[in-house]
Ligand binder design. Sequence first.
Ligand SMILES: NC(=O)c1ccc[n+]([C@@H]2O[C@H](COP(=O)([O-])OP(=O)(O)OC[C@H]3O[C@@H](n4cnc5c(N)ncnc54)[C@H](OP(=O)(O)O)[C@@H]3O)[C@@H](O)[C@H]2O)c1
Length: 246
Amino acid sequence: MAQRTVVVIGATGSQGGSVVAELLQHPDQYHVRALTRDPAKPAAQALIDRGVEVHRVDLDSGKGALMAAFDSAHVIYALTDFWQKQSATTEIEQGKSIAEAAAGIATLQHFDETGRYTLRFPHSPTTVLPNVAIADTGKLVHAIIQSGPAYYTKTIAFWAQALSEADKLAELGKCYNILTQYCPVSAREFQEILMSPDGMSTEIALDFTEQLMIFEECGNVYARDEFVQATEVQSSLPCPLKYPMV
Ligand SMILES: NC(=O)c1ccc[n+]([C@@H]2O[C@H](COP(=O)([O-])OP(=O)(O)OC[C@H]3O[C@@H](n4cnc5c(N)ncnc54)[C@H](OP(=O)(O)O)[C@@H]3O)[C@@H](O)[C@H]2O)c1
C-alpha cells in the first residue's frame, strides 16, 4: 500500500506526540508531517532526529498558511489548545481556519475526489432526528421548576427541532463554504464504519446504530402524544425560552 501523508497538529505535545509515535512504527504506511510554531524547540528537534518532516506554522496564521502545511495530506490529526490563550474566540477561529484549509485539500481521504465532504449515514435524506442544544438543559429544568407541580409526573421529550442529517450537513457546508455530499448507507455498513480501525466495539456500534434506526423505522418517536414536549413547557412561561439550533 502506498504511504499516506499524515499531518499532525500538536505533534510536540502529549496528544499529537502520541499520534506521531504510533505512526512512526509503521514507516511503510505513513509519512508524518509534524506541525509546530517552533521547529528549534527540543521536542521538534527530537522529531527531526527521528526522521519526521517538521513544518513551522501557527494555528493563528489563518487558512493560507494552514493550506500550505496541509499540502498533499491524506489525513490531518487536528487539535486546538485552549489553554495557550484561554480564549474561546481564538480557539473557534483556529478551528474554523483548520476546517476551511482542510476543505481545500483534495487529497484528504474523507473528502471525495471532487473535494466534497462526504457523510455516510444510515438514514434516508428525509429522515429527521430530534435536536436540541444540550447547553439548554438548564433552561428546561428552570422552566419546570417555575411551573410548579404541573410536570412532576410527566415524561418530557427534550428536543427543539426535527432535522435530517442531510439538511444539517448541507447547512454546515454553506456555513463553512465546503462542498458536501450525503450518502445513505445500510445499517450494517454504518456499523462497520463505526467499528473501523480503532473505532467502537461491536456492541457499542450495534447499539448506536439501532438507536438511529428507530427513527428510520418509526419516525420521530419523541413527538408522540404520550410525552410532554419541551417546547410546550417553555411556552407556558410568561417569557418563553429559546432553543437555538445545534
Ligand atoms: N492531555 C490530555 O489528557 C487532554 C485531555 C483532554 C483534552 N485535552 C486537550 O487537548 C489539547 C491538546 O492537549 P495536549 O495535552 O496534547 O497539550 P500539550 O501537550 O500542552 O501540547 C499542546 C500542543 O499544541 C500545539 N499548539 C498550541 N497552540 C498552537 C498554535 N497556536 N499553533 C500551532 N500549534 C499549537 C503545541 O505546539 P508547539 O508549542 O510546538 O507549537 C503543542 O504541540 C488541549 O486543548 C487539551 O486541553 C488534553
